[in-house]
Design a protein. Structure first.
Length: 372
């Protein structure tokens, strides 16, 4: 690793993201594909990821909130963008001015959106979010008739265009997913009875898009899969033809030899079983390395995997390398593409009792993102 390279670096392979989207388009086969780039592109960088996903065949983008959508517009991205999670007093005027499609989860949001359209003298674009059993945001089933009628009235008045109807699965089990798909079908029928004819119907996120054809409808809304991280903790992304896009790396900044029985890091939860060499790496939980993975996760140095010795600290981890010849300046890969021999984000997730989504999205501001 070059002396001028960042001390803590997440290298993002945009070719992998582009290739993953191409694979997903072939596999899923829906007419439309929404690439979800919320949370700074799941930690990968929203703007470069959005461009790579569009180049790979996604025709739309999805984000959580309006600020994330505005970031894409300010970067010059003109593709349709949907934002679906809003504050109590959302700035729908800005959304309309920027041509952002708005996810609507309540009658109050629908009213606020149509009022903004009236002020703008234009037409707002909405996707109606239905709660089909996840019990988060989304129009509750008993309110579906009222909301779809109000949406149709706003369409008739030229204030609104309902571009889509969508929901989100809980992923609890096959029976629950089927029940939610049944509910979604009822919601689509309710919208049709009210006179709505949305272009897009999207229920499936990455997991269902890959494994539940019934839930694909004409649009899939894929997030974690485009980054080459598996939506299923027990399955490797390579099973779906996906390649991890992010490699998190640092370097060795100190090396020392300790004797059998000597403790390492806070609380001495690790004691050497024999004389061993330790490598100090300047990443810690302030950088997003999960403390829960203390003593359990591994890193790769020189193509060999070695365990974390003791607790993850705020700024550093200690790696036990045994008798391997490790030197200051050697590259350390925390996670990346397992095809290279590195641990994967899924490996770290298992070590931390979490999911791959959290491993890639939690990286802190000290971690430099670079792109290849």
């Amino acid at each position: 690793m070059s002396e001028l390279s960042p001390l803590r670096e997440a290298v993002v392979d945009l070719g992998a993201i582009r290739g993953n989207v191409e694979t997903l388009r072939r596999t899923i086969g829906t007419e439309h594909l929404i690439a979800v780039v919320k949370a700074n592109g799941y930690g990968h960088g929203a703007v470069p990821v959005a461009r790579a996903a569009l180049a790979g065949g996604a025709d739309r983008l999805g984000v959580a909130d309006l600020a994330e959508a505005i970031e894409l517009r300010e970067a010059g991205i003109t593709a349709p963008v949907l934002a679906w999670l809003h504050d109590s007093d959302p700035d729908f005027d800005t959304a309309i001015a920027a041509g952002i499609e708005v996810g609507v989860s309540t009658l109050a949001q629908l009213d606020a959106l149509t009022a903004a359209a009236k002020r703008a003298g234009g037409t707002a674009v909405a996707h109606l979010k239905l709660d089909t059993g996840l019990s988060r945001n989304g129009v509750a089933p008993d309110a579906w008739p009222e909301v779809v009628r109000a949406a149709h009235a706003a369409e008739t008045a030229g204030l609104l265009r309902v571009a889509g109807v969508f929901s989100h699965l809980s992923g609890t089990d096959a029976e629950s997913d089927a029940a939610q798909a049944d509910a979604f079908d009822r919601g689509l029928a309710e919208a049709a009875r009210a006179g709505l004819n949305p272009e897009l119907a999207h229920l499936a996120a990455s997991g269902a898009a890959l494994t539940l054809p019934r839930c694909r409808y004409n649009t899939a809304r894929v997030g974690i899969a485009i980054y080459g991280v598996s939506p299923f903790p027990e399955r490797d992304p390579s099973e779906f033809g996906l390649r991890p896009a992010m490699t998190l790396r640092s370097r060795v900044v100190a090396v020392r030899r300790i004797q059998e029985g000597q403790g390492v890091s806070y609380g001495h939860t690790y004691r050497a079983l024999r004389d061993t060499t330790l490598a100090l790496v300047p990443v810690g939980y302030a950088d997003g390395v999960p403390r829960q993975a203390s003593g359990r996760a591994e890193v790769s140095i020189g193509g060999l995997r070695h365990p974390i010795a003791g607790r993850v600290a705020m700024d550093q981890i200690v790696i036990a390398v045994g008798d391997e010849p490790v030197q200051v300046g050697d590259e350390v890969v925390l996670f990346g593409d397992p095809a290279t021999g590195a641990p994967s984000a899924e490996d770290w997730a298992r070590a931390a009792d979490t999911i791959g989504y959290e491993i890639v999205t939690r990286l802190g501001r000290r971690v430099t993102r670079s792109y290849v």
